[in-house]
Design a protein around this ligand. Structure first.
Ligand code: TZD
Ligand code: CA
Length: 525
């Protein structure tokens, strides 16, 4: 066997962490790394770094594993920054490996030097580094992966000069392969007893659940907790995942993103228990108080940053899954069960299709092998309220609101779950930020149904323009985009539909297809 090199030691570490699927877009600096890629690794090429990173984000969310992203120097990293905002707020453990020029030429700023590499991706990564010597690269790779996967999880960044890869590895680098990092203990018996007593003492508790409940696969204990408390359940604003079955009778919907409208929904409750979400991820600015009169807020999160920056409430930093499971057991059963809300009216317009009618068809044709990726900014709130999702891990939305996640993440989820169908409902505006993911979908023949919810405009911005008295703003419409031709250009079969019946038929065929299909669904705003 040949002497271990920095490169071979790196692949051993990646393999030990289950990181054999690499998403990338290459350049000269990365070629020495890529040329050594072992046969059991799979390099998934994306044509733009935002798409590469979005695919990796989807793949990581669907597998729960850290994922290596190979990017080209500063320019490739720069292109990935928008997608990194989503990975950051989704707590996705992406390990971004950026290729650097030859170590001793970076100071001269030769072409494709990544000057001040560790500074570049801040503040979107929790850790950024460029090792000071080739011999430190394997340790730095191990460090980066452990940092990404330790709570709060999130993307990290490592810049490696390309002449480092062929250097000899240190003998004790082999020990890096077995390293793990665990948090301190889970929730203590004392903590659970104290929290359960607070919940039992509340007259009218309400649960507000966030994406980390879904990340931790803790929907089942959340259901038990809600039932035993007789408590309604809301999804915290701007959710990137769906933490509670939307078909459950206690489900009340998604909290709005403005202070006043949110507070009004929680009126009448004396204890608001927020689990696995920030308090709160507001979007629309409304001057007003955070909580209803007399209400207390208890915040259970595993992100110390979420805990420290919240404007109200009492926070406990604790693992969400274990805490929910213990609390579900510990609280008393009040015997109160809630009636489900009445089904909402579906808006219909003569001779045209509405977005709500699209969601209706998703419900008609749902199977237990569907995952949704949604990036329709006018349907974002009602998607969770209306679409029947009775399984965990069934819904993704860009976690920071940074568009360009939908199409790439759908491809990433589909690559991670080849037996499922991923349905990506994406606005006609949003689609353009990640369009070239269609190419990877075609090349990999992923089972993805891309539904372009096409209203010809940046619909959400029209709503904001009204609220902000900025209706004269230019650049709000996006007419003249031929998605069918674009899809064909990337190798994806596509058609246009203009009525709900046409959509119903096209959608059924797309679900049954063995590969990617795009439906350009024309809707009225
Ligand atoms: N650029 C990026 C990367 N992210 C963003 N969030 C925006 C711009 C701003 N933006 C929004 O926040 S919503 C939106 C934009 C441009 C309109 C999206 O239009 P759409 O969806 O066609 O995808 P709707 O349903 O018509 O709103
Ligand atoms: Ca639109």
């Amino acid at each position: 066997m040949s002497e271990p090199t920095v490169l071979s030691a790196t692949f051993d570490i990646l393999r030990a962490h289950g990181m054999r699927t690499v998403f990338g877009n290459p350049g000269s600096n990365e070629l020495p790394f890529l040329a050594g890629l072992p046969e059991d690794f799979d390099y998934v090429l994306g044509l733009h770094e935002g798409v590469v990173t979005g695919m990796a984000d989807g793949y990581s969310q669907a597998t729960g594993l850290p994922v290596l992203v190979s990017l080209h120097a500063a320019s490739g990293s720069g292109n990935a920054m928008g997608a990194l905002t989503n990975a950051h707020y989704a707590h996705s453990p992406l390990v971004v490996l950026a290729g650097q020029q030859v170590r001793d030429t970076v100071g001269q700023e030769v072409m494709l030097s990544n000057v001040d590499a560790a500074l570049l991706p801040r503040p979107l990564v929790k850790h950024a580094h460029e090792p000071l010597a080739a011999s430190d690269v394997p340790r730095a790779v191990s460090h980066a992966v452990l940092e990404a996967t330790t709570q709060p999880r999130g993307p990290v960044y490592l810049s490696v000069p390309y002449d480092d890869w062929s250097a000899s590895a240190r003998t004790d680098d082999t020990a890096l392969v077995g390293r793990t990092v665990r948090g301190a203990d889970g929730p203590s018996a004392d903590l659970i007893t104290e929290l359960a007593a607070r919940l039992d003492a509340a007259v009218s508790p309400v649960l507000v659940l966030g994406p980390d409940v879904d990340v931790e696969r803790a929907q089942a204990p959340a259901v038990i907790l809600a039932e035993r408390l007789g408590a309604p359940v809301w999804v915290a604003p701007s959710p990137s995942r769906c933490p509670f079955p939307t078909t459950h009778p206690h489900f009340r919907g998604q909290l709005p993103t403005g202070r006043n409208s949110l507070r009004e929904r929680l009126e009448g409750h004396d204890l608001i228990v927020v689990i696995g979400a920030p308090v709160f991820r507001y979007h629309r600015y409304e001057e007003g108080r955070y909580l209803p009169e007399g209400a207390r807020l208890l915040h259970l999160t595993q992100d110390p940053g979420e805990a420290t920056r919240a404007p109200v409430g009492e926070a406990v930093v604790t693992p969400i899954g274990a805490t929910l499971a213990a609390l579900a057991d510990a609280v008393g059963d009040r015997g109160d069960r809630l009636e489900p809300l009445a089904a909402p009216e579906i808006r219909r317009v003569d001779g045209a299709m509405t977005g709500e009618e699209i969601l209706e068809v998703l419900n008609e044709q749902v199977t237990d092998r569907v995952t949704y990726v949604n990036e329709t900014t006018t349907l974002d709130t009602i998607f969770i309220e209306r679409v029947h999702m009775d399984r965990p891990d069934m819904y993704h939305f860009p976690a920071s609101g940074g568009l360009g996640f939908g199409l790439p993440a759908a491809v990433g989820v589909a690559l991670a779950r080849p037996d499922d169908v991923v349905v990506a409902t994406v606005g006609d505006g949003s689609a353009n930020y990640g369009l070239s993911a269609l190419w990877t979908a075609a090349q990999r023949n992923t089972r993805t149904v891309f539904v372009i919810v096409n209203n010809g405009t940046y619909g959400a911005l029209r709503g904001f323009a009204k609220a902000l008295d900025a209706l004269d703003a230019p650049g709000l419409d996006v007419p003249g985009i031929d998605f069918v031709s674009l899809a064909h250009g990337y190798g994806v079969p596509a058609s246009t539909v203009t009525t709900q019946d046409e959509f119903r038929e096209a959608y059924a065929a797309a679900l049954a297809a063995g590969g990617p299909v795009l439906i350009d669904a024309r809707v009225v705003l």
